[in-house]
Design a protein around this ligand. Sequence first.
Ligand code: NOJ
Ligand code: CA
Length: 577
Amino acid sequence: MNQLHRNDWNQWWRSAAIYQVYPRSFSDSNGDGIGDLGGVLEKIDYLEQLNIDAVWFSPFYPSPQHDTGYDVADYLDINPEYGNLQTFDKVLAELHARGIKVIIDVVPNHSSWEHPLFKQALAAQPGDSARDMYMFRKSSDGAPNNWGSMFGGSAWSKVEPLSGKASDRDWWYLHIFDASQPDFNWENPKVHEFFRSYLRFWLDRGVDGFRVDVAHGLVKDPALPDDLVGPDRLNYEGPNSENGRALDVGPFFNQPGVHDIYREWRQVLDEYGRDRMLVAEAWVNTPEQEAMYVREDEMSQAFNFSVVNCPWEPGALRKVIRRTQEASASVGAPATWVLSNHDTVRHSTRLGYPTGANTDNGIGVTDPQPDREIGLTRALSATAFLAGLPGSIYLYNGEELGLPEATTLPDDARQDPTWKRSGYRVRGRDGCRVPLPWSNNPSSNFGFSPARASSPWLPQPADWGELSAQVQESNPYSPLNFYRKMLATRRSLGLGMGKSTWLDSDPEVLSLLVTASCGRKVIVATNLAVGYRPLPQLALSKGTKVLLQTPTIISEDAAPSVEDSGIGPGQTLWIEI
Ligand code: NOJ
Ligand code: CA
């Protein structure tokens, strides 16, 4: 079975363009300022016209929203703010009817502290089996070890204030993220059983796959040893750190035992057929470590975050892209390409800063602001480059509008737990989560909500309307219409299922020859130099055709044609030869 799983090169996810919907921010159908599944139903045509192959929904489960739904209080239902299971079934049916697959987010490292299993654990006595579903430890001398939370501060909190029991005085529970997100104990077979039945529940409903949250974090070193970093992970300069924070290494990340879990899950998915998929969110440090998650009998694919962390610099980009291709090929898995998601600064903003600028802590009004024009030009170029390559590409809602990060959000509107837990030092991720603009009408939250709605859950910048889908619709050169064309071309040629070879004649230009699944040959090239560069040699022969071109840093009117001048600064071209 697993052999077949790997060898079927037509599996949809190998080449899909997968669009992430962040439910709270996508579209609000009832005017409470909060996105919902009814809002998704209103945008089915939009999703179809975007020419995506699948939608990935960030968590939509009942949740107290201390981490925007990544704190799940019930894995088998829908947050009433978003709708109910019937609304979900409708969304699923509508998307399937348009040939769009559906991936949902599974959060297996931790639940919400409002999950009945955690409540039962708190109600039980220390040592009771109900407590064994989570990571409780006794320690009379401070926290059981020095582990820090990913959101700042200790990864341990005291049990007594939650349970109200004097017998809990020396007891602690582990939470690698917020205190409202207690970690499950994956050494307990009942936790395995719980998630196997979770998978079946949603597979029975018809979902096509799961995005696995913190896939590298479920298993901890059983000795719970102190780590090198200590409790301040957001302010750490030692080994395994980057930009003043600890990387995802240590006794609670990437332990060998996590792989057993995904072997087990693969078997559950295989009961439903080979087209159901798993994609790992595993922030490991090398493409080789990442490839371990997509070995033959484990997951289908893993997000490749190396490009997210890569500067706009030809040598560095070439290196991470090559390395990704080699590592995924070594295990027979497709490459995945990711530039933005709900945890990163939007790439149109990230790329608008000079090389070396650090935006990892989020951006506030008092921080240096990006160059929006350069950022957008590079963002479209980077997206078009990766979308032209074999593999699947993940897109984050709003990037098709060229939306920038909201870099001037008032600090008192921030909701990311990191802001508070870091002592108001690390601003966090709210800037990429602001509700999307659908029209130019401010009274409907720029079309996010119906008219005269409540304010959106995060405030929208005043110029959001000009970036809206409605405004972009009528402009043939808008990012929205560019994305539609790019994804249509990618799909019709089968570029995602192609084979590629590097051309690399110019150190400033990344260029590959992609032989699409239909047999047609396309040069995919990006110019990272500040001036024009000649086209790759192969593109100069007679009869070549420019299939796609992104804008150059120089404005449209002044830009000479590709045929006359070659590839413009910051530009990506797809040229059929
Ligand atoms: C990764 C998710 O993408 C992020 O948004 C969340 O805060 C953490 N995992 C914890 O679930
Ligand atoms: Ca709503």
